[in-house]
Design a protein around this ligand. Structure first.
Ligand code: 3HC
Length: 305
């Protein structure tokens, strides 16, 4: 028998999860909708604000299933079953019979609170509301709900299919049964779950952003990004800090840094160069040339000059 993770309540309290809702049909949401359908084999419904986004989300999931099938990682039967389990809707009414709804919408507290209020209006009083927030307060997200005890943080890492960890965040009012269900779900997804405090950026992003932040500060101080990236390549990291920044997305990294700055002050400084990239709508840090070498595009460098 495996040991209960530190701080996890008795697993006997866990409730069955027979249908899952995912709010948002973006990349992160699509990745966990696929994981839920594949690993739990329960119906999963994704929603977004318009049909185009919902269609795109569904197409992404089907594309990922096809890739797994082509690699020989999924039988034809399993691929068809997984695709059939995921449905999409532009209405949150589709969550009416879900027992676990997770949001992966824009990283802004007011947006997440609004989403939770809308979901609470259609689901049963027992339905768990989980957030994949990277850095925002789970306590505040739950504060105005009729049932704040149903809210829990369930924070995945990118790429969701591969990264083995889920941070489970307990807010002061989170119910033991809700927490136990979150741990049981993580176990069924074959993820390692850790219980973390509801503090800015929890544990992993707090540590990661320290590293990425220092590299960004070196960048601000005049070290070219390529130099920092090359220098850190042999340090045993699975990805260099700039490659990680590009994968996580500059705006997401910036949101996390802002939360950390608000909580811890100058220990987490928002990089002037990263801010300039955001101000100019730059989302990609690298281009890979014909010689296979990644370089920052000249137009981006001009912005930073
Ligand atoms: N989706 C699905 N599978 C993926 C994938 C993706 N986006 N990216 C890689 N994989 C799979 C590959 O298919 C491959 O599987 P296979 O061996 O079965 O074919 C496996 O992962 C390994 O991939 P590669 O051989 O291509 O590459 P690497 O060995 O370099 O591993 C990596 C890629 C797993 C992404 C590795 O570089 C890594 O661990 N990087 C660090 C990632 C990290 O730190 N993530 C956390 C970011 S912070 C975050 O997400 C929190 C948020 O709140 C900001």
């Amino acid at each position: 028998r495996s040991k209960r993770p530190a701080g996890a309540p008795d697993r006997k309290l866990a409730r069955p999860v027979t249908k899952i809702g995912v709010v948002g049909a973006g990349l992160m949401a699509g990745q966990f909708a696929l994981l839920f359908a594949k690993a739990l084999k329960v119906p999963v419904v994704i929603t977004d604000v318009d049909q185009e986004r919902v269609d795109k989300g569904l197409a992404y999931i089907h594309g990922e299933v096809d890739k797994l099938r082509a690699k020989g990682r999924m039988s034809a039967d399993a691929a068809n079953r997984t695709k059939a389990l995921v449905t999409a809707s532009v209405s949150k009414e589709a969550f009416a019979d879900a027992d676990f709804v997770i949001e992966a919408v824009f990283e802004e507290l007011s947006v997440k609170k609004q989403v939770f209020a809308e979901v609470e209006a259609v689901v049963s009083p027992e339905c768990i509301l989980a957030t994949n927030t990277s850095s925002l307060s789970v306590t505040e997200m739950a504060a105005d709900l009729r049932h704040p005890e149903r809210v829990v943080g369930f924070h995945f890492f990118n790429p969701v299919a591969v990264m083995p960890l889920v941070e489970i965040v307990r807010a002061p009012r989170t119910d033991d049964a809700v927490l136990a269900t979150a741990f049981a779900l993580a176990k069924e997804l074959r993820k390692t779950a850790v219980l973390v405090k509801d503090s800015a950026a929890f544990v992993v992003n707090r540590v990661l952003l320290r590293l990425m932040g220092e590299v960004s500060n070196a960048f601000d101080d005049g070290t070219p990004a390529e130099v920092a990236d090359t220098a850190l390549r042999p340090m045993g990291l699975p990805m260099t800090p700039f490659a990680l920044l590009a994968m996580v997305g500059i705006p997401v990294a910036q949101h996390v840094t802002e939360s950390l700055h608000a909580a811890f002050g100058e220990r987490f400084r928002v990089s002037a160069n990263q801010q300039a990239l955001i101000d100019h709508g730059v989302r990609e840090l690298w281009v890979t040339g014909e010689d296979g070498v990644r370089r920052i595009p000249a137009a981006t460098l001009d912005l930073l000059a």
